[in-house]
Design a protein around this ligand. Structure first.
Ligand SMILES: *[C@@H]1O[C@H](CO)[C@@H](O)[C@H](O)[C@H]1NC(C)=O
Ligand SMILES: *[C@@H]1O[C@H](CO)[C@@H](O)[C@H](O)[C@H]1NC(C)=O
Ligand SMILES: *[C@@H]1O[C@H](CO)[C@@H](O)[C@H](O)[C@H]1NC(C)=O
Length: 420
């Protein structure tokens, strides 16, 4: 019954006939988990011609379905008309909405009109009215909705612009591909020394951010062309970023969770106990900080196979200065099943917090002293974030719930899911 999302009486009707018809039995609508880990809807028919019998079964089954507490009855839906090659509205209205209707779920749909639209709607939204928030769109809109959902939760808790040490959890689950099951996911806060910048799942600094910054400057190009162009141009003038990078390693996860709990109870502000922080300085070509594996077609094992969706750890991957040829070799490895980190200039760490601060030359640590042409861009879930000099990333274990089944049981060869 956990996989059943609706039950209906089945009747034979003529085309156009809305009511009545000969009762044939009852139909269960179920979702099946297929081999490739996709969910598929299907029906099971029970044939029986007795009205009494069918109504009795219908009533009982309905009662069981209504008893599942965490099934949503009302959802806030965001559809980004520009994503999936403008297929998102089609996908939503043709495939998703009919399933919501079958499952008696009320929806409130916003088709977003500009970047930041979902965020501004969420800020004003009475989340109590909904059991979940669903987003039909690509990486950018998913990240925006996750950020908006958590930001709204902080606002409602009176935490909006403070430096947030322990954010409150998202009040309702988030659906990317709604499926009815729920699983928790880690997410990060990105902060400057004084305030919260945003929530996000993954970040890149140096190459991964410079390519995005360059692509954004050429928005008139078609998206794919723009990306290739930006990668090639950035590779051509490949330059390492000199910065100071420090991280709090995650050695003993158990202890770390307990410590967090204890500190929450005692109201202790986490002392940045100096001896635990590790510092690495130097010239870096590319830095990734990921709370989730980021599986994608380009990187079937994930951009960060060394983390999980919800095990409370950040993967910190740094690429030190090397020749262009070797750097390209490393990037190409992402597409293969070989270990992309098996190079002497690549280092990986498991962390809970990371700080990055560009080393400013000639001693003047003012914002005007940012080198020409670059204000140290960040790529956060595919969104450009500029203007931050020192960034502090902290992972918050399982801060948000996602509709969906765990992909962690999959072995490597099967982990080709298109999201997260
Ligand atoms: C570096 O940049 C590429 C492309 O911009 C990105 O996909 C990759 O994951 C980045 N991280 C590392 C550590 O190479
Ligand atoms: C999370 O999973 C990764 C990959 O299996 C592992 O390296 C890391 O130590 C794990 N973190 C925790 C807190 O268990
Ligand atoms: C980075 O490495 C390249 C190739 O080995 C070298 O030419 C360049 O001078 C190095 N840059 C820095 C800042 O060390």
């Amino acid at each position: 019954m956990k996989d059943v999302f609706s039950v209906k009486l089945k009747r034979r009707r003529f085309v156009g006939q809305k009511k009545g018809g000969t009762l044939l039995g009852i139909t269960l609508f179920v979702c099946l988990k297929k081999e490739d880990n996709k969910l598929k809807d299907s029906t099971v028919n029970f044939n029986n011609l007795s009205e009494d019998h069918c109504h009795e079964w219908f009533r009982c089954l309905k009662e069981i379905l209504n008893g599942f507490q965490n099934r949503p009855k009302s959802l806030k839906v965001f559809v980004n008309p520009n994503s999936h090659e403008r297929e998102a509205p089609h996908i939503y209205y043709e495939q998703v909405a009919p399933l919501f209707k079958l499952a008696d779920i009320q929806t409130d749909v916003t088709v977003t009109e500009y970047k930041g639209h979902a965020l501004s709607v969420l800020k004003e939204c009475e989340l109590q009215a909904f059991d979940g928030v669903v987003c039909v769109g690509g990486d950018g809109s998913i990240s925006e909705v996750a950020h908006g959902l958590l930001l709204k939760a902080q606002m409602d808790a009176g935490k909006e612009t403070d430096y947030i040490l322990t954010p409150v959890r998202a009040p309702v689950p988030f659906g990317i591909i709604p499926a009815g099951h729920i699983q928790p996911v880690d997410i990060c806060t990105f902060s400057s020394p004084s305030k919260l910048l945003r929530f996000g799942f993954s970040a890149m600094f140096a190459f991964g951010a410079r390519t995005l910054a360059l692509a954004e400057k050429h928005r008139w190009m078609p998206p794919n062309q723009r990306k290739d162009f930006a990668v090639i141009r950035t590779l051509a003038s490949l330059k390492p970023e000199e910065c100071e990078l420090s991280f709090l390693p995650l050695n003993n996860p158990q202890q770390c969770f307990q410590e967090n709990d204890r500190m929450k109870k005692d109201g202790i502000k986490k002392s940045d106990s100096k001896d635990q922080w590790h510092k690495i300085e130097g010239h870096f070509l590319n830095v990734s900080i990921m709370a989730i594996p980021c599986l994608c077609a380009m990187a079937p094992r994930g951009l960060a196979p060394n983390t999980r969706l919800n095990n409370g750890s950040l993967a910190l991957i740094v690429v030190r200065n090397t020749s262009r040829a070797d750097f390209i070799k490393h990037l190409k490895r992402y597409a293969s099943v070989k270990n992309q980190f098996n190079f002497p200039f690549v280092e990986t760490y498991t962390a809970q917090e990371v700080k990055i601060q560009p080393t400013l030359k000639n001693g003047f640590e003012t914002e005007d002293n940012v080198p020409e042409g670059g204000n140290y861009p960040w790529n956060i879930d595919g969104d450009l974030m500029e203007g931050a000099l020192e960034v502090h990333v902290r992972v918050h274990p399982q801060l948000i719930n996602l509709y969906g089944v765990s992909i962690d049981d999959l072995d490597d060869s099967k982990a080709t899911c298109g999201c997260l």
